[in-house]
Design a binder for this molecule. Sequence first.
Ligand code: SIN
Length: 289
Amino acid sequence: MNQTLSIRRVAGALGAELSGVDLSQPLSDDTIAAIRQALVEHQVIFFRDQTLTPAQQVAFGARFGPLNIHPYVTGMASQPEVMEIIKEPSDKINFGGGWHSDMSFLETPAVGSILYALELPEYGGDTLFASQAAAYDALSDGLKRTLEGLSAVHSASREYAPGGASAQKRGAMQVAEADGLVGEFVHPMVLIHPETGRKALYVNPAFTLKIDGWKPSESKALLDYLFQHCRYEAFTCRFAWQKGSVAFWDNRSVWHFALNDYPGQRRRMRRVTVDPWPAMAATARVAAE
Ligand code: SIN
């Protein structure tokens, strides 16, 4: 189906709300291309008033790439690619409650995440997004030159190891703890976006352990500086969810943070996570070298 999109930016650095499209319908290649163009341009895009079954969310997500099955969070029995992100009133911590980029701990990190809101607290529960392209642009030329030769080690070990924030037991989500075999993967600290050519910082406080080849104390000093810099408010936007809202973000250039400011209330979302097409992954690696 061909649909005409309207696009309204929501903040200076990133974020746009798209209207005029029903994501539950089979969409034409032109409409998918327009959504993809909006995503790479605005880095995170939002839709309102959608009604999606898990199968429809999978069908929409699969137009952008193969869907990831999360290695630690059990997906829905009927659709393992769909992860339910649920905070029960009795849960103290939420999932995604810290700045991160989804799945940077994998050898081939996810390119996009599509989150759909089913049930929201009466207040709170917004998600923050931060443009890592804007964060890169704001660095001095000297630091940009330094970073371009560097890579960083990413791993799920800290977050998903016993006691890690992401591995904490929750009322309704099944999250496995990482065992001793969890991998470490090295990614360039500056990614060149394979579709726009724009550069973005690619380190995050949840999954980046250290700068490859640096002493721990040297690595900590620079990463601490970058983690502070990368969340400066001018690089961010904030999304206030309503039932039926969808956010679609580009993990190659965006951090996000699910706010945990609604104690005693329930929030239920569904996420599908898009992996790169194999050819695109190869391009991203070559471009970043
Ligand atoms: C996530 O990190 O994917 C969760 C974001 C949210 O629940 O707002």
